[in-house]
Write a protein that binds this ligand. Structure first.
Ligand SMILES: Cc1ncc(C[n+]2csc(CCOP(=O)(O)OP(=O)(O)O)c2C)c(N)n1
Length: 338
C-alpha cells in the first residue's frame, strides 16, 4: 500500500468520478450531434488517474485519445477537452503550466516524442520525469520499439505506461502479440517492466512511484503494464457486441475500479453516501458548466487548426495551410465554416 493521506484518497475518488461523468456525458453529447467522435475511458480510470496523480508539476505526460483521466488529473479544463472532441483544435492549445503534450491519434507515435523530451531534459540537467501512455496494440508498432531502445541506451527518465485494456478495436490481446506479458517487452531493452492490476488504483500508484523514484536516481526508464478492461465501445463509431460477449463485459464490470475504491473507502470510513452523492453532484455541475462554456465559444478560423501542435511549422504544414487558404474561395469558406 503506497503512503497516501485520507485527503489524497478522497481526491483520487473525486477525480475518478469526474472522469466517469465526463465520459458518460461526452458519449451522450456525441449521440446528440453536439460533439464528434469520442473514445471512452470507462473502466480504465484507475490506470489513468493513479499514474498521473503521483507526478510532480514539472513532469510531463504524452497521452493518447483515451487518457481523459490523466488530462483531468493534471488540471486540464473540462471545456477545453470538450472543445477538442467537438472538432475545434483550439482545445489542444494546452495551458503552458500543465506539461501535457498534444494527444496522439496515430497509434504508437507518442512514445518517441516522450523519449525526445526526456533526452532533452536529461541533457539540460532538468529534474523531469516523462510519462507516456499507450494501449497494448501500440507496443506492436515500430515507433514503440525505437522509443524503448533509445530510452534504454540513453538511460532516460521516462515511464512507458501501457493500459492493456484487452482490445485494439476488435482485435483481442491474444491476437496482438505472442509475448506472454506486455511488461516483459522491457527486458529486451535492458530495463524493468512490471505488470500490475490496472483496476487497483493503489497497485498502479505503487508501481508508478517506484518507477519515478528509479528515474530520479538516474536508473533510467521503466514500463508499467496496467492490466485493465475497456468497459465501453472503442469509440462512438464502434459496437463491441460484434466482437465480444456481454458476459465478458459483465465479468469485468464487477471489477470496476471506481466501485473497488469506493468499497475500500467505505471499510476505512472514508466514504459515506452523503460524500458519494456530493462528489457525484459536483462532478455533474462541473461538467454542465463546461458544456455551456464549450458551446458558447466563437467558431475558430479555418486555418487555425494548424497552430497548436508545432512551435515551428513544418514545411508540409505550411504547404497544407497555403493550400487551404488558396483553394477555398470566399463562398466555399462560408459554406464550410459559417
Ligand atoms: C497508425 C495508426 N494505425 C491505425 C489506427 C486506427 N486505430 C485507432 S485506435 C486503434 C487500436 C489501438 O489499440 P490500443 O493501442 O490497444 O489502444 P486502445 O484504443 O485500446 O486504448 C487503431 C488500430 C490509428 N489511429 N493509427
Amino acid at each position: 500500500m503506497p503512503k497516501l493521506s485520507d485527503e489524497e484518497i478522497k481526491e483520487l475518488y473525486r477525480l475518478m468520478v469526474q472522469t466517469r461523468v465526463f465520459d458518460e456525458k461526452a458519449w451522450k453529447l456525441q449521440r446528440q450531434g453536439r460533439i464528434g467522435t469520442y473514445a471512452p475511458i470507462k473502466g480504465q480510470e484507475a490506470s489513468d488517474i493513479g499514474t498521473s496523480f503521483v507526478l510532480s508539476k514539472n513532469d510531463w505526460i504524452f497521452p493518447t485519445y483515451r487518457n481523459m483521466g490523466a488530462y483531468i488529473t493534471r488540471g486540464m479544463p473540462l471545456e477545453k477537452l470538450l472543445q477538442y472532441w467537438s472538432g475545434d483544435e483550439r482545445g489542444q492549445k494546452i495551458p503552458e503550466n500543465l506539461n501535457i503534450f498534444t494527444l496522439a491519434i496515430p497509434v504508437g507515435t507518442q512514445p518517441l516524442h516522450a523519449v525526445g523530451l526526456a533526452w532533452a531534459a536529461k541533457k539540460q540537467k532538468k529534474d523531469v520525469v516523462v510519462l507516456t501512455y499507450m494501449g497494448e496494440a501500440a507496443t506492436s508498432t515500430g515507433d514503440f520499439h525505437e522509443a524503448m531502445n533509445f530510452a534504454g541506451v540513453f538511460n532516460l527518465p521516462v515511464i512507458f505506461v501501457v493500459e492493456n485494456n484487452q482490445y485494439a478495436i476488435s482485435v483481442p490481446r491474444s491476437k496482438q502479440t505472442k509475448s506472454e506479458t506486455i511488461a516483459q517487452k522491457a527486458i529486451a531493452y535492458g530495463f524493468n517492466g512490471i505488470q500490475v492490476d490496472g483496476n487497483d488504483i493503489f497497485a498502479v500508484i505503487k508501481a508508478t512511484k517506484d518507477a519515478i523514484e528509479k528515474s530520479k536516481q538516474n536508473n533510467g526508464p521503466s514500463l508499467v503494464e496496467c492490466v485493465t478492461y475497456r468497459l465501453g465501445h472503442h469509440t462512438t463509431a464502434d459496437d463491441y457486441n460484434i466482437y465480444r460477449t456481454e458476459e465478458e463485459v459483465q465479468l469485468w464490470s464487477q471489477k470496476d475500479p471506481i466501485e473497488r475504491l469506493r468499497r475500500f473507502m467505505e471499510n476505512k470510513k472514508l466514504w459515506t453516501k452523503e460524500f458519494g452523492d456530493k462528489t457525484f453532484k459536483e462532478a455533474e455541475e462541473n461538467m454542465e458548466k463546461a458544456i455551456v462554456a464549450m458551446e458558447s465559444l466563437s467558431k475558430p478560423k479555418p486555418d487555425e487548426f494548424f497552430d497548436y501542435v508545432f512551435a515551428n511549422q513544418t514545411n508540409s504544414i505550411k504547404m497544407q495551410r497555403e493550400y487551404l487558404l488558396k483553394y477555398l474561395d470566399e463562398k466555399e469558406k462560408e459554406i464550410r465554416f459559417p
